[in-house]
Design a protein around this ligand. Structure first.
Ligand SMILES: *[C@@H]1O[C@H](CO)[C@@H](O)[C@H](O)[C@H]1NC(C)=O
Ligand SMILES: *[C@@H]1O[C@H](CO)[C@@H](O)[C@H](O)[C@H]1NC(C)=O
Ligand SMILES: *[C@@H]1O[C@H](CO)[C@@H](O)[C@H](O)[C@H]1NC(C)=O
Length: 173
């Protein structure tokens, strides 16, 4: 508790105008030997543009990750369902409105980097995103759903005319 308090104080003292995605990463949250690190607090983005959800994870001893699955569901749900999938190696499992809009930034899952980019944002993309890792535990197929979710808020574009908009969107892949 104290450590968290001091981290927060030191963080607010040291340069509030040098905010980057990396420094906004929270602390790892661990359960059953699986840990996840997500963005601290809510991520805000603008409709029409893209957003990166920074994420990294570690797995329990003996677990080999094979692929990851991202879900989006109501923040009050502890566990998103299969019908909430927004990223999966099998496109048939992905909700149609997210197909081809979600990019895994590092496709090599052994790097344990679960950061994704969502393109062509709409306000409907606001919500809570949850990660599952599938793989093998001592040779058997297994998976783990991480409890923490990362919150995204997408705002409608205000005050951007079309040429501003096009120069902004070039930041997206
Ligand atoms: C995301 O939102 C939920 C519900 O409001 C909240 O319980 C949770 O702490 C939030 N997560 C983060 C990382 O801020
Ligand atoms: C994940 O991969 C992306 C793209 O290569 C990189 O920008 C980011 O820093 C990586 N994140 C971590 C936690 O390694
Ligand atoms: C749109 O924004 C660009 C870049 O700021 C500016 O040059 C242009 O005059 C603006 N157009 C209108 C119609 O406001």
């Amino acid at each position: 508790m104290f450590a968290l308090f001091w981290t927060t104080v030191l963080f607010s003292l040291s340069g509030s105008n040098t905010y980057t995605v990396a420094s906004a990463l929270g602390r790892p949250f661990c359960s059953n030997g699986f840990c996840i690190t997500l963005n601290e607090g809510q991520i805000t983005a603008e409709a029409g543009l893209c957003v990166v959800l920074p994420c990294s994870f570690t797995t329990a001893n003996g677990f080999t990750p094979k692929n990851i699955v991202w879900f989006k569901c109501e923040s009050w749900k502890t566990r998103c369902q299969d019908s909430d999938i927004i990223f999966h190696t099998n496109p048939n499992k992905v909700q149609p409105e997210f197909l081809r809009r979600v990019l895994l930034l590092d496709p090599d899952v052994s790097q344990r980097n679960c950061s994704i980019m969502i393109n062509d944002l709409t306000t409907f993309d606001s919500g809570s995103y949850q990660l599952r890792v599938n793989g093998f535990q001592n040779g058997r197929t297994d998976g783990f759903m991480f409890t923490p979710k990362t919150n995204v808020s997408v705002k409608g574009i205000k005050g951007h005319n079309k040429s501003n908009f096009i120069s902004l969107i070039q930041g997206c892949v």
